[in-house]
Design a protein around this ligand. Structure first.
Ligand code: B12
Length: 215
């Protein structure tokens, strides 16, 4: 089995020590930490699938979350030293929407944006639409990023976007989370969507660059 499959399987099987050992080995071999995150994300997708198929119970999700958190602790220093800091860029308001406490993906987005010199205001999890609105009024972000991993999250994303637009805020809204897609983006009324943090960050960079080029 190759190193990527080995890590994906170790996470999917909730083999904590094995997964961490594999990550340490790949980091020691100088591998790109983003590839490790990608594989870990795939492992977590399989944990979710096992939960859906009732092979795992809630404890399995919690265990998966804990393994992922520890992997992030191992890769974070490498990411921070790899991503060369550029010019100070834009301001992003970030949060996981109401009813949803999944934050591992959002925290990666926050870390990568901060490494790329974005100013990030992270409202945390279970954030009601009204709180997003008040933060937009205070922070004046260039971009709003809404994270959500559950089906019920989409209605709160939609409410949040509607509330911002109602109050005249037209900045781009990006939604993210493992299950979002073009249809959900349209339903929510957001401008963009991302299931991958790195692509989300590149999108933020493009959007800020575009807005700064507009006279
Ligand atoms: C770990 C996990 C948990 C952990 C979360 C720990 C934590 N601190 O986040 C715990 C145990 C708390 C949990 C709880 C629950 N969970 Co859960 N969970 C998962 C699991 C297995 C992995 C999620 C994860 O962290 N993935 C890894 C990260 C890195 O990936 P990510 O979140 O997708 O983030 C990446 C991208 O999406 C993107 N991104 C994310 N946000 C944003 C935002 C922006 C702006 C951008 C640009 C990009 C971006 O960047 C990230 C990095 O690339 C998923 C399975 C899955 N398929 O997602 C289920 C899953 C999301 N959970 C699910 C469920 C049902 C629950 C519970 C209701 C279970 C229960 N009975 O209590 C509760 C809900 C609690 C609540 N109210 O929120 C379901 C949701 C089903 C649905 N369609 O609604 C899933 C899909 C499992 C399944 N297949 O059934 N869960």
């Amino acid at each position: 089995m190759d190193a990527r499959m080995a890590l994906i399987s170790a996470i999917a099987d909730l083999e904590e020590e094995k997964a961490l050992q594999l990550v340490r080995r790949r980091l020691a071999a100088g591998e790109d930490p983003m590839a490790i995150i990608e594989d870990s994300q795939e492992g977590m997708r399989l944990v979710g699938l096992n939960y859906e198929r009732q092979n795992y119970f809630l404890a399995g999700l919690i265990m998966g979350g804990e393994i992922f958190r520890q992997i992030m602790e191992l890769v974070k220093p490498r990411i921070e030293s790899n991503l060369c800091p550029g010019q100070a860029t834009g301001r992003v308001l970030l949060g996981t929407v109401q009813g949803d406490i999944h934050d591992l993906g959002k925290n990666i987005v926050n870390m990568l944006l901060s490494c790329r010199r974005f100013t990030v205001c992270d409202l945390g999890v279970d954030v009601p639409p009204r709180v997003f609105l008040h933060a937009v009024e205070d922070v004046h972000p260039d971009i709003v990023g809404l994270s959500g991993l559950m089906t019920i999250s989409y209605d709160y994303m939609r409410e949040t976007v509607a509330l911002l637009r109602e109050h005249g805020y037209r900045m781009p809204v990006i939604i993210g989370g493992s299950l979002v897609n073009e249809n959900i983006c349209r339903y929510v009324g957001a401008d963009y969507w991302a299931t991958d943090a790195m692509r989300g960050i590149e999108l933020c960079e493009r959007l800020v660059a575009q807005s700064q080029n507009v006279p």
